[in-house]
Design a protein around this ligand. Sequence first.
Ligand code: FAD
Ligand code: 2HG
Ligand code: ZN
Length: 506
Amino acid sequence: RRASGAPARDPRFAALEDSDLQFFDSVLGAGGVVTDPHSLQPFNEDWLGKYKGSTRVALKPKTTEQAAAILRHCNSRRLAVVPQGGNTGLVGGSVPVYDEVVVSTVCMNKVLSFDTVSGTLTAQAGCILEALDSHVAGHGYCMPLDLGAKGSCQIGGNVSTNAGGLRLLRYGSLHGSVLGLEAVLPGGEVLDLLTTLRKDNTGYDLKQLFIGAEGTLGLVTAVAIQCPPRPLAVNVAYLAVPTFAVAQQVLVAAKRQLGEVLSAFEFLDRESLAITLRHLPGTKDPLPGCQAPIFLVVETSGSSAAHDSDKLERFLEGVMEEGLVLDGVLAQDSAQVQQVWQLREGITTALRHRGAVYKYDVSLPISQMYALVEEMRTRLTTALPHLAGSSGGAGSGGGGGGDGSDDDGPPIRVAGYGHLGDGNLHLNISVPGYSKEICEQIEPYVYEWTAQHRGSVSAEHGLGLMKAGCIGYSKPPAAVAVMRQIKAALDPHGIMNPYKVLPPEL
Ligand code: FAD
Ligand code: 2HG
Ligand code: ZN
């Protein structure tokens, strides 16, 4: 086994030969076949810089037919393949483990159609999420998902990871908003499920298999997605609360009082805030000097500015009067709305700037969500006092707080943030470097803790390579066995994204 935890290279897979490159050239033309080591580097390395492969070729088809020809060839030659979209995935799923052929959708970036009456968008898999949002904005619609990686992630990658993001609370998961898709199976067959119907109960809903399959069943080449009307009025409040228990009371009040206009309910703790203010240039503390342990981002989106502001103001008055909120600020214009979102969305980038980071993306009952962060802090401080020391995190009352000061805290810092309204915690442990000593304190503890609370070890990022061995914490053996049968039926030679998602069979 490699240090990353991946199994040894599967000897069933062939190694690339010159004749393969000649075939790829004949299908794609020289511009579609990347072999120069320098140009291959970004295809071999993930966004975190944690996972590195050694592919000798990246292929950039423009059409479904080209993609089908490539996969048919790889399947017959037993060449393993990694589908790659924007390469913003956080679980090591989008890069090769060894010498797998990268099939990148970067050139499949055409909008195929948009129905201005129904709001249905059909686009090739390589369209960038933000570009699609701008496209539909021109017609008064928006994309039903939004995430910090929107400037680089692609709709095919979003669908393949079943990305959640900041507005899942409002628009639901991609299992609901994806109406159809087209996928190329490993043997080169094109599965055309690209309908735009809202209702279609004809047999098994096969498109659902590809939503969240992380490239293990086929290559998604196009997606049809339902876009909601673009909200005419957006308001954002940034609130400081004394405890995570109180944050839950504020969530209940928000759901009751803001009802249909509530569009996001996010949280970040003081460690997340402090790290972001310090490591992401351009971010500003919306409540300078406030030493609260937990901060909330509450967003409303609706069709009437006056109606929404009125509701939000009454909600804020209520939570202030009840003493739930220590301090708060209502963004006054779209620039301030952007500023608050830049802070929340920037946490991931700020942590990467600080250095290495162990990331856990778990679903938990909301009441248990923050206990995991607190227990992890205590555990690391006890086991590694020289590294974790006393940190300025939630509840500890000082040092490294959200003031953007020069104090960068101890080498190990534990940050908790995420989609509170969806019960999705992002537990990030910022460390001086990846090490066995640190990792052993975190894993499998974090997975066992999650399983004990009947949570999921992957809420929205997927399993990829990082958690391929962890599916058993959240799914029973019978479910894993059915998944293996599906995988074998669609990809009998196992060429699609090997070593990822499902644990190797022993
Ligand atoms: P990639 O990273 O290229 O690939 C991801 C996986 O999908 C891989 O397994 C790959 O093989 C497979 N894949 C990609 N394209 C295809 C295709 N066409 N057909 C078949 N398989 C394919 N995720 C969230 O869920 N919510 C968030 O809020 C969120 N925020 C993020 C913020 C930042 C700053 C970053 C860096 C990441 C964030 N992510 C988030 C994770 C990531 O952006 C999402 O998982 C995203 O959906 C990945 O899209 P991508 O195009 O970059 O896919
Ligand atoms: C977010 O919600 C993303 O910001 C990224 O899902 C989370 O980096 C992470 O752990
Ligand atoms: Zn997230």
